[in-house]
Design a protein around this ligand. Structure first.
Ligand code: GLN
Length: 261
């Protein structure tokens, strides 16, 4: 659905087809004022997903608010790559997600892989509230933990087969030049430090302690970052890159590395 369809189907409480097929949808005073307030917010730059309070990811509905990054279509490649690799033997696997935000990655994995044991961390209490609500609505059990990346105690007790993350990866100086909608999103979910790579350094070097032997680290990466991140993997001396997946725009978007030994 395009934005207008999403907005009007929400306000009129009908599906996309009905918007076109129903000849006379009544526009009473209430609906009119709703339309005008929503349009005012949208024209001032607020993302539609925050106005509606929800979005779709991996075919599932997720509640969102300004405490969490709005799930992006390219992040579905991250989830699909993880599923493709794990699926043949996913049962009972332990997964750790770093920086869960709305919970969309962890919850999609729980829904689509079933029988997996997931811990998801975030540094924001408010984000975790959103993620917990989404997990409840989707009927999946995930252990959400407040932590700055890894929580030494909880995560060490859960040596993972897979660590997955879509960390903040925009260079600090670039954030202001992005589309205005981005300014409504939490800066801590986007800002990857001076070169955008701060979290890759911390996650790659930290993950070694929390992964099982031969465990996998799967990361979403930003435009043009693959070489620099491959370098961080190489310098760590602990990982071998086994796959790089591209997104719909042919941009390298997901990196998969296996822990050596
Ligand atoms: N893909 C997001 C954007 O550029 C960034 C997400 C992130 O930093 N992880 O809009």
């Amino acid at each position: 659905m395009n934005e207008a369809e999403l907005l009007f189907s929400e306000i009129f409480g009908c599906d996309r087809a009905s918007l076109y097929l129903k000849k006379d949808i009544p526009l009473d005073k209430d609906k009119l004022s709703k339309v005008s307030s929503v349009l005012k917010r949208r024209f001032s730059g607020e993302p539609l997903q925050y106005i509606l309070g929800k979005t779709e990811f991996m075919g599932l509905e997720f509640r969102v608010n300004p405490s969490v990054l709005i799930p992006r279509p390219e992040t579905e490649i991250l989830v699909e790559t993880a599923i493709k690799i794990l699926q043949p033997a996913a049962q009972g696997m332990k997964i750790l997600e770093i920086g869960t935000g709305s919970g969309c990655i962890a919850i999609s994995l729980a829904k689509l892989l079933k029988d997996v044991d997931i811990i998801a961390t975030d540094i924001s209490d408010n984000a975790l509230e959103v993620a917990k609500g989404n997990a409840r609505r989707h009927g999946v059990k995930i252990n959400f933990i407040l932590a700055d990346l890894f929580n030494a105690v909880d995560c060490l007790m859960h040596p993972a087969d897979l660590i997955i993350s879509n960390p903040p990866y925009v260079a600090s100086s670039e954030i202001a030049s992005l589309q205005p909608e981005i300014s409504y999103e939490p800066r801590i979910a986007l800002d990857g430090g001076a070169d955008g790579l701060d979290f890759y350094r911390r996650i790659i070097n930290g993950a070694v302690d929390y992964l099982k032997k031969d465990g996998l680290l799967i990361l979403e990466i930003g435009f043009d970052q693959s070489r620099a991140i491959a370098d961080i993997f190489q310098k760590s001396g602990k990982f071998k890159i086994i796959e790089i997946a591209k997104d719909y725009s042919n941009i390298e978007r997901v990196m998969v590395a296996a822990k050596n030994g």
